[in-house]
Write a protein that binds this ligand. Structure first.
Ligand code: GTP
Ligand code: MG
Length: 193
């Protein structure tokens, strides 16, 4: 998609604030600091519309980005942020679960994992949970610019194995620095609109 017009429609904390439109929605989930906001910015050709930070826990609300009045990207707060209080983790869990399991406009979820490491237990649980709800998943391995190309295949195998993915399950190796993988991510999204 050729993207020019994007705006942050709402940072929502509860259901009644979600947009009232019927545009398809694509959500981005993954642990804190994995690069969800950076991926959002890359997809919409903007440097910093979605706020990014070296400090985990930057995104705390469900942020709905209206893309060309055609779809919404929903930037979801990261999980696995160790310093978050138990109360805020519970609140997070409830908000995300409600959104992901009940939102009719949701067409698919992009799950991000850090391309440098094996996926965490939280990454595995999130994937199992999404599969239980029969949600369409694209897995994106981020920060590939930090790994030499000679190791990309090995990392891909490790991620597939740890997440019990079959060869048919979609996986894109991505970097918000080099923009590697951007077109493949867009292809997957457009296949869901
Ligand atoms: P929360 O909002 O805290 O859940 O984090 P997030 O998943 O939105 O991560 P964010 O996009 O804010 O990125 C976290 C940090 O990783 C920032 O310092 C980014 O610049 C960096 N980062 C994200 N993606 C990449 C990438 O592909 N390559 C490199 N080198 N750095 C990246
Ligand atoms: Mg963020």
């Amino acid at each position: 998609m050729d993207v020019h017009n994007v705006d942050l429609t709402i940072s929502a904390v509860e259901e009644k604030q979600y947009p009232k439109t019927n545009y398809p929605e694509i959500a981005l989930v993954g642990r804190s600091n994995v690069g969800k906001s950076s991926l959002t910015n890359t997809l919409i050709n903007r440097k910093s519309l979605a706020h990014t930070s070296g400090q985990p826990g930057k995104t705390q609300t469900l942020n709905f980005y209206n893309v060309e009045d055609q779809l919404f990207f929903v930037d979801v707060p990261g999980y696995g942020y160790a310093k978050a209080s138990k109360a805020s983790r519970e609140k997070w869990g409830k908000m995300i679960e409600t959104y992901l399991s009940q939102r009719e406009q949701l067409r698919g979820v992009i799950t991000l994992v850090d391309g440098r490491h094996a996926p965490s237990d939280d990454d595995i649980s999130m994937r199992e949970w999404l599969k239980y709800y029969e949600i369409d998943i694209l897995t994106v391995a981020t920060k590939m610019d930090k790994i030499v190309p000679g190791k990309w295949n090995k990392q891909e195998s490790l991620i597939r194995k740890t997440l019990s993915m079959s060869q048919d399950d979609a996986l894109v190796l991505f970097s918000s620095v080099s923009k590697k993988g951007k077109d493949q991510v867009w292809d997957w999204i457009e296949g869901r609109l």
